[in-house]
Design a protein around this ligand. Sequence first.
Ligand code: FAD
Length: 359
Amino acid sequence: MTPHPDPETAQEIAAHLNDSHADGVLNLARTFVSPKISQAQIQTVHADGLTLLAGNQSRFLPFLLRDADTREQVHYLIFYARVQQGALIDGGDFRYFTVLGSERVSPNMQRLTLKSQSPIPANEVGLAWYFTLHAVSPDKGRLKNLKHLFHRIVMRLLRHTNAHRRQKILNTFYQGKRYYTLRRVEKSSETQALEDIALVDVFLHGDTAGSQWARNIKIGDTVRSSAEYREQTAHLAAGQALLIGDETALPTVAALLENWQNPVPPIVISITQHPDDQAYLPDSLLPERTTLIRISAADDVAAAVTDNLKNIGQTVETAWGALEAGDANTVRRHLKQQFGLTGKQAKIKGYWRWEDGKA
Ligand SMILES: Cc1cc2nc3c(=O)[nH]c(=O)nc-3n(C[C@H](O)[C@H](O)[C@H](O)COP(=O)(O)OP(=O)(O)OC[C@H]3O[C@@H](n4cnc5c(N)ncnc54)[C@H](O)[C@@H]3O)c2cc1C
């Protein structure tokens, strides 16, 4: 066991996995310790492996790749364990939807109304689905088994390839897929026992794959998600909370506000590139006495957010937000510096990334 040369990064990786990928950490424990484990936590990330607390046992898991940085090593272990536990590299937890409607709810936000073939959890704020952007048909069980065998072989092969090739191979599993958040659930009829309609809002920006998918979708199309992701928002239940979102995170911010239970009204920072998209988050959605800051900017978003926070004149005790990855890092560090917020108190995510070359 060799100590990590950058303890802060090591701690961030462990906290991120424990907070946001609890299922992945449990898969590690079930794969490397015992299939019966029901609780697990990453204790420490080292230079050459990680220490896992699985039930009441502490176990060192060595990293398995050649010439990889810590993040890639940890991701590989998580993917490896996921496949060992019967899932596919890119999820394989399929949910199929029929498109019932598609409409513009602000100049650049496209709302898709999707009927799920299976019930949708009613009160899950921050649930996102990993949508496949090309035409799909339901998977036959036999095909799924073959795919799983193939993914097990790929995971083994990855150990013997160089970093560049490894990345190329993994990218093939993720290209053509994007996360979009459940904005709201509804029932397709009053007699329906469980919710089965999902509203999903997609930000249209240029000719990107996700934008084209949402623009071209037609009523009656079948769409599929292959994995689910759940944002952690329970920490916002008490104290002065701050919510920050650009167009990609405003669906979660809107859902949080619609279900706001904390007696302390939140501070909300709504960021849109086009001022007219501010209409997506109407004032009527805000709990009384909410402090609302509207920012319309495409560049220097992090600076606009931190400048506003410096002048806010209020303390902040918890935060949730998502925006461009580099901006998210800046805002996270700023919240630590200005308000002393730890990773548990401030969950600020990167939901997308500028192409190389752009600030
Ligand atoms: C958990 C989670 C939930 C999400 N929920 C939503 C949601 O509900 N609605 C939603 O619209 N998105 C959501 N996103 C973001 C979404 O998944 C896409 O990644 C993102 O919108 C970019 O996909 P794309 O195909 O449009 O562009 P990509 O092909 O991924 O990117 C191509 C280039 O376009 C530019 N670009 C990408 N995104 C943006 C942007 N937002 N603004 C300006 N330029 C951009 C960058 O230069 C990028 O390199 C979520 C992401 C995560 C991780």
